[in-house]
Design a protein around this ligand. Structure first.
Ligand code: ASP
Ligand code: MG
Length: 423
C-alpha cells in the first residue's frame, strides 16, 4: 500500500477537490491511505477564531469566514443542501460552535488545538464524501483514534508504541482510507492535539512507517523539491533526487516543501518519499531516499525570514562559562524557542531563534539578568548548501550581514535587510 498526502493548496477550491479525484483515478492505486489537511488557508482562519474567542471580540466574523468557506465548498460539490454530506458538514460546524460556547478552559494551547483541528476534520469529511459521490469507495478514519500523543498542545509528541498498535488494528491494508493530517489525541484524556503547523506531512510518514508502506507521495503546488524558494528566486531548478539526510537538512533550515519531522520515520524503514505536483501528475517530481547523492549537484538556497538574532556578552568582560551557557539553553527550552544557529567566542554568545510561541520578550528579560543583551528582530537567515564563493557574494552584495557561519557543505548568513526577489 501507499500513502498520499494532499495539502491545503490542492483542495482550496471545488475544482481542486475534483482534480484530486482525477489524480487518484489516473494513478489507479487501489490500496491507499489518503492524508488530508485543512483546505486552502483555513488553518489561519481558525487561528483567527481562537484569537477572537480569547479577545472576546470579532468571534462571529471569524467563525463566519470558516463556516461560509465550507458551506460553499459543500454546496459546489454536492449541489443540494439536503444532501447527507452537506448535513454532515453543518453538524461538524455546529459542534465547533458548541465547543466555543461551553468551553471554560483559559489554556490557550489547549483551546487552539480543539478549535484548529476542525479544519482537518471538515476537509477530510468533504473529500471522503466526494470520493463516495464519484465512485471512489473509501473509509473515513478518525485519526485521533490512531495517533496518540502527549498533552503538549500545539506541538504534541507522538507516542509511537500506542500509535503503531492503533494503526495496525484500525487501518485496512486494502482499499482507500481517508484521514486527517496534523492532529492526534492525548493518550490520557483523548483531547485533540496538534503536531505543529504544517504537520500533515509528518502524519503521512507516521502512517507509512506503521504500515510499512511501499512509498509516500506529498502532492504540492510546486513540481518537487526546488533548489531555491520561488518566492525569492526568479530562477529555480528541480532537484530530481536527494537523500533523506539532504532533505532533512534542507527542511530543517526552512525549505517549506516538506515538514522536517517527516523524514525520520521514513528513513528508519527506507520508505521512499516522492514530492510531486498535483497540477502535473505525470512529472516525476523529486525522489527522496537512502544513499542518493543530490542530483543535479547545484547550490541550494534556503531563506528563513522573521528570525531573531540574540547576542549575549558578559557583564564584566569575563569569559562566558559553561554554567552560564547551561542557563541560556534552559531558558531557550523553557520559552520554546526554535534554535536556528549558535556561535560563540570567549566573551560573547550569539543565538538565532524562531519565536514560534511569542515568548521573545520573556526570554530577553531572563537573559538580561545575567548578560548584556543585544538583539535584532525580524532578520533573515540564509542557508546555502553545496555553495561556491560566488553564490555567497550574490546573496550578500550590498547587504548588512550580521553573522556568518561556514562549515564544509553549508554557509549560513544572518542578514538584516528584508529579502527581495533575486534573479
Ligand atoms: N493545516 C495545518 C497547517 O496549515 C497542517 C498542514 O497543513 O500540514 O498548518
Ligand atoms: Mg497546510
Amino acid at each position: 500500500m501507499k500513502v498520499f498526502k494532499f495539502g491545503g493548496a490542492s483542495t482550496a477550491t471545488a475544482a481542486g477537490v475534483k482534480n484530486v479525484v482525477s489524480l487518484l483515478k489516473q494513478s489507479k492505486e487501489s490500496d491507499l491511505v489518503v492524508v488530508i489537511s485543512a483546505m486552502g488557508k483555513i488553518t489561519n482562519a481558525l487561528e483567527e477564531v481562537v484569537l477572537a474567542w480569547f479577545a472576546k471580540n470579532g468571534l462571529k466574523e471569524a467563525l463566519e469566514k470558516v463556516s461560509n468557506f465550507h458551506y460553499e465548498m459543500a454546496a459546489n460539490l454536492f449541489q443540494s443542501k439536503t444532501h447527507a454530506a452537506y448535513v454532515e458538514v453543518d453538524n461538524i460546524i455546529k459542534e465547533l460552535l458548541r465547543f466555543l460556547e461551553i468551553n471554560v478552559s483559559e489554556n490557550h494551547a489547549f483551546v487552539y488545538d480543539q478549535v484548529v483541528s476542525y479544519g482537518e476534520i471538515l476537509a477530510s469529511k468533504i473529500v471522503s464524501r466526494y470520493f463516495d459521490e464519484v465512485g471512489l469507495s473509501n473509509t473515513w478514519l478518525d485519526v485521533c483514534t490512531c495517533i496518540k500523543t502527549d498533552d503538549n498542545y500545539r506541538d504534541a509528541k507522538v507516542n509511537w508504541k500506542l500509535t503503531q498498535k492503533n494503526i495496525k488494528n484500525k487501518v485496512s491494508p486494502k482499499g482507500i482510507t481517508v484521514t486527517q493530517g496534523f492532529i492526534g489525541s492525548d493518550a490520557v484524556n483523548n483531547f485533540t492535539t496538534t503536531l505543529g503547523r504544517e504537520g500533515s506531512d509528518y502524519t503521512a510518514a507516521i502512517f507509512a512507517h506503521c504500515l510499512d508502506a511501499e512509498d509516500v507521495t506529498i502532492w504540492k503546488d510546486v513540481p518537487g523539491f526546488l533548489n531555491a524558494d520561488p518566492r525569492y528566486f526568479k530562477q529555480t531548478q528541480l532537484l530530481h533526487k536527494i537523500s533523506y539526510k539532504e532533505a532533512v537538512e534542507l527542511a530543517f533550515y526552512g525549505a517549506s516543501v516538506v515538514h522536517p519531522k517527516t523524514l525520520q520515520p521514513l528513513q528508519q524503514k527506507k520508505i521512499p518519499l516522492y514530492i510531486k505536483s498535483f497540477l502535473d501528475f505525470d512529472s516525476p517530481g523529486t525522489c527522496v531516499g537512502g544513499n542518493i547523492s543530490i542530483t543535479p549537484k547545484i547550490t541550494c538556497y534556503i531563506l528563513k525570514p522573521g528570525v531573531t538574532l540574540i547576542s549575549l556578552s558578559s557583564h564584566d568582560f569575563g569569559f562566558i562559562m559553561e554554567d552560564y551557557i547551561a542557563d541560556v539553553f534552559k531558558w531557550l527550552y523553557e520559552y520554546k524557542m526554535k534554535v536556528e544557529l549558535i556561535q560563540n567566542s570567549a566573551i560573547s554568545f550569539s543565538v538565532c531563534v524562531s519565536d514560534k510561541f511569542n515568548n521573545l520578550h520573556h526570554l530577553l528579560e531572563k537573559l538580561r539578568s545575567k548578560f548584556y543583551v543585544k538583539w535584532n528582530e525580524d532578520v533573515t537567515l540564509y542557508t546555502l548548501r553545496h555553495f561556491e564563493e560566488k553564490d555567497v557574494k550574490r546573496i550578500t552584495e550590498g547587504k548588512r550581514v550580521l553573522l556568518k557561519q561556514v562549515t564544509q557543505e553549508t554557509v549560513q548568513l544572518i542578514i538584516q535587510d528584508k529579502p527581495e526577489m533575486l534573479k
